[in-house]
Design a protein around this ligand. Structure first.
Ligand code: FES
Ligand SMILES: [Fe+2]
Length: 375
């Protein structure tokens, strides 16, 4: 991709990235001993919590004849397929029992596995580590190679900065591939046109911006800076805290945008993830924590009333863009306003390349750099 030239929307290859944690479900979508279905990276999953409350995620396909395990029973430790009653360990997927076998059968049922994925619960989500499409257990010999993508890193965490805080979650389905959704997430130029509102900004409030960026592992950071002068919520924050606010925004592969706003002892921390459900469907999950005026629900109002409005505006744009993308999937990445999108594609290729060769990842952002655009 060179400057200003059309690039395939699918660069590099529209690939979904394996070897990362993705949010499969919100914690409140899973009740008691019930099994719940989810889809991540085109893989159907069945999730649950064992008798001790520890979550698990299996590929929702019985290895016998592909019957979805989610129709079966769960006793707190094994999932039983509803078709022929095979039982599988909920965490490892190992087959424990095949009811049709006679006592003298030579078949070693413990050698049969349903696909399984490491699963953990954090920040109000059940996360699954998407090792590979089959949910194949990774043997020790395959682990710990350079560029290793099979050993789960720690589950992503929403940073918090003091013991007491409020939290909120928002979500929406985005009818597009993961690359379109992610570059939409980091696109600064659509604000004045898509997110117009009298209290926020209009197309006439567009002005010159200069932001400092720096490389971070697997991503890049918009260095701490004063929030946009033309953003009303930040003005409110300054008014109530009496302190200047700074904001820091990180993008980290495969799909996470972290934003932290600090003003004196007050803070607001958010994480937005765009998770590929299928090739042409993503889910946006927004999680926020804050300690700003817990007794005066201004932040809660901004998040629960204005947040869904913003998300709806982005969803509508993505739906309409889909009408055009059916006929033309090339796109242009133009100058500094689209630099972050370009970095995203370059990060993705660099990661895939490093996994292929076993060499350390070559970071596309060489050092601190200032980007300039109007928004
Ligand atoms: S299909 Fe699951 S036990 Fe036969
Ligand atoms: Fe937007």
């Amino acid at each position: 991709m060179s400057e200003g030239t059309p690039a395939k929307a699918s660069d590099p290859a529209g690939e979904m990235l394996w070897g990362f944690w993705y949010p499969a479900l919100r914690s409140d979508q899973l009740h008691g001993r019930k099994l719940a279905r989810a889809m991540l990276l085109d893989v159907p999953l069945v999730l649950g919590r064992d008798a001790a409350g520890k979550p698990f995620a299996l590929r929702d396909i019985c290895p016998h004849r592909a019957f979805p395990l989610s129709f079966g029973r769960f006793d707190g430790s094994s999932v039983e397929c509803a078709y022929h009653g095979w039982q599988f360990d909920a965490h490892t997927g190992q087959c424990r029992h095949i009811p049709s076998l006679t006592a003298d059968s030579k078949l070693k049922c413990e050698r049969i596995f349903a696909g399984s994925f490491p699963c953990e619960e954090r920040d109000g989500y059940l996360w699954a580590f998407m090792t590979n499409p089959e949910g194949r257990a990774v043997r020790e010999a395959e682990r710990a190679t350079p560029g290793d993508s099979t050993t789960p890193s720690p589950v992503p965490e929403l940073p918090t900065f003091s013991p007491g805080y409020k939290i909120a979650q928002l979500w929406a389905e985005l009818p597009c591939g993961v690359d379109q959704a992610i570059i939409g997430l980091m696109d600064p130029a659509h604000g004045p046109f898509v997110h117009q509102a009298w209290w926020w900004r209009t197309r006439h409030s567009i002005r010159d911006k200069a932001k400092q960026f720096e490389p971070i592992p697997n991503g890049f950071r918009m260095s701490p800076h004063a929030p946009s002068a033309n953003s009303a919520p930040y003005k409110i924050l300054k008014l109530i805290t009496g302190e200047p606010a700074t904001t820091t925004i990180d993008f980290v592969l495969p799909n996470q945008r972290f934003e932290q706003i600090r003003a004196g002892r007050y803070w607001l921390s958010s994480r937005t993830t765009v998770t590929p459900i299928k090739r042409n469907l993503c889910r946006l999950d927004f999680a926020a924590a804050w300690n700003i005026l817990p007794w005066f629900p201004i932040v809660s109002f901004i998040i629960h009333v204005l947040g869904p409005r913003f998300i709806r505006q982005d969803t509508e744009v993505i739906e309409k863009q889909g009408l055009g993308l059916k006929y033309e999937d090339r796109m242009m990445l133009v100058d500094d306003a689209d630099r972050q999108a370009r970095w995203y594609f370059e990060l993705k290729s660099a990661l895939l390349e490093s996994r292929r060769t076993g060499e350390p990842m070559r970071h596309p952002v060489a050092g601190p750099v200032t980007l300039r655009w109007r928004s």
